[in-house]
Write a protein that binds this ligand. Structure first.
Ligand code: NAP
Length: 291
């Protein structure tokens, strides 16, 4: 029986992993939310790993408040930058593998072709810089035992995200504005969770950096339009340029991740963004009270 520590278990991805766990009876999970394990404390990490000997750690914990990170740099760099290194070190000491989640925000968004794992990184905000540092620290501590998955535009039934915000606003307002000049692909956290457990449950291990998002290419505006159709809203959705929606942290204009590598090495079939959005919205509409 393989034992897996999941950090940040209370977040979107952590909760999707919890929802999937029962489908993997050969895996034993230790779901650690922030109350059980705070990854910004290296001493706590070491004693938690000592108490809960594991074969894998899936790090879903992160400082994800992209705009707030601009004024809380120290916290962002400690949680996103230092902690992955501490987790990787603990994994190495106790003979475990680390699956760490990173982001398209390690890139500057100037590309016009799908981003490959070995493309030049150049973050344009604090969150992206802190996540890049986390990648580097994890790989430095435990290169042969670390697999990093960069993902983008994550949403799920759980927590706060673009899909749930749009559903709420479309129910409250006659019209909303959504940026149409940031391009990428959303990631349904349930699909990402399934991909991660496919890797953990499989027999093949090829560490390194991989990309994962749903298939397809859209703007946030396109995403909002699709949400509107699926929930049957009559709210008007207006396309606007990012310049009309200033935020403390700059966002990359182009975030589309090339998924060729993870599909080839791990034999994954990745769902199209539209199919996954439909699944998420129907789950939200069938059990909204639990979310
Ligand atoms: N969300 C996106 O659009 C997006 C895009 C690209 C990549 N990613 C990456 O994907 C991964 C999963 O993201 P997500 O959307 O699931 O994030 P999320 O919903 O914000 O969950 C992150 C979790 O980490 C916890 N956490 C924060 N600081 C912690 C600490 N010091 N110790 C332990 N836990 C801590 C949070 O707890 P509290 O809520 O109590 O703070 C939260 O439960 C992250 O690595 C993120 O950087 C996300």
């Amino acid at each position: 029986m393989q034992r897996i520590i999941v950090t940040g278990a209370g977040g979107q991805l952590g909760r999707e992993l919890q929802a999937l766990a029962a489908a993997f009876p050969a895996l034993e999970f230790v779901f650690a939310d922030r109350g059980l394990l705070s990854i910004d404390d290296p001493g706590q990490i070491a004693s938690f790993f000592d108490d809960n000997r594991c074969d894998w750690c899936i790090n879903c914990a992160a400082y994800t408040a992209v705009d707030k990170a601009e004024t809380e740099k120290e916290a962002a760099f400690r949680i996103n930058g230092d902690a992955p290194g501490w987790l990787a070190r603990a994994c190495k000491v106790f003979g475990a593998r680390l699956i760490h989640i990173s982001t398209d925000y390690v890139f500057d968004g100037s590309s016009s072709t799908p981003l490959r794992e070995d493309d030049r990184t150049a973050p344009i905000n604090t969150y992206g810089a802190s996540k890049l540092e986390g990648e580097e620290n994890a790989l430095r501590e435990h290169r042969d035992g670390t697999l990093i998955i960069r993902t983008s535009w994550v949403y799920s039934e759980f927590g706060n995200n673009f899909v749930k915000t749009m559903m709420r606003l479309m129910g409250e307002r006659p019209a909303i504005n959504v940026v149409n000049d940031q391009i990428g692909s959303p990631t349904y956290a349930a699909d990402l969770a399934a991909a991660i457990l496919h890797i953990v449950a499989g027999s093949h291990w090829a560490p390194g950096i991989y990309n994962y998002s749903n298939e397809g290419i859209i703007s946030w505006y396109d995403f909002a339009l699709a949400i509107r159709v699926l929930i049957g809203s009559s709210c008007q959705v207006n396309p606007i340029p990012s310049a009309d929606f200033p935020t403390p942290a700059r966002r990359p204009r182009y975030s589309l991740l090339d998924k060729t590598l993870i599909k080839k090495i791990y034999g994954l079939t990745i769902p199209d963004w539209r199919d996954s959005l439909e699944v998420c919205i129907s789950r939200l509409q069938s059990t909204p009270k639990n979310k």
